[in-house]
Write a protein that binds this ligand. Structure first.
Ligand SMILES: [Zn+2]
Ligand SMILES: [Zn+2]
Length: 160
């Protein structure tokens, strides 16, 4: 996962010798990115604010990407936006918090792909819906009620 082709890879060496409290905003863009064999996103864009702290580099991230989806109500294909924000600390190897997981590598090269994959995966809806007002399909005749109101639907409304 750490190939130099990854658009989410960054060398953070430029921040390591900066005073505590220094920060840098770094933007990430990818038209098309395969995060996992079965998870490819399009139009990925993100911003990570990297702050130098006494014990490591704090990452405040905000990412948006899109996936193809099928609405569970009307069965139409649509593009589902995914948005996530997260905060993670990459500890310096010899800091008191270095057991907590993420470590700033000696060469300074961090690939954010695993983190972004993890956080965007959580945002994938279990029951994708093309829009909150999607009317779905008629259970009687299968008509897409977003585009063609049918007689059964009218009946339901009258009974309300
Ligand atoms: Zn729908
Ligand atoms: Zn109907």
């Amino acid at each position: 996962m750490t190939t130099s082709r990854s658009p989410l890879r960054l060398n953070v060496g430029f921040l390591l010798n900066q005073p505590i409290g220094s920060f840098r905003d770094v933007r990430f863009e990818a038209d098309h990115l395969q995060l996992a064999p079965d998870f490819t996103v399009t139009s990925l864009s993100g911003l990570i604010r990297i702050s130098r702290t006494p014990v490591g580099l704090l990452m405040d991230a905000d990412f948006t990407a899109y996936i193809p989806a099928e609405c569970v109500r009307c069965l139409n294909n649509y593009v589902q936006p995914l948005h996530t924000t997260f905060q993670e600390l990459y500890a310096f190897r010899n800091s008191p918090v270095s057991d907590s997981g993420l470590i700033v590598p000696d060469d300074g090269n961090i690939d954010f792909t695993p983190l972004v994959r993890e956080y965007l995966t959580v945002e994938i809806p279990i029951k994708p819906i093309c829009r909150p007002t999607c009317a779905g399909l008629c259970v009687e005749c299968g008509a897409d009620l977003n585009s063609e109101p049918c007689e059964h639907r009218a009946g339901i409304i009258l009974e309300d």
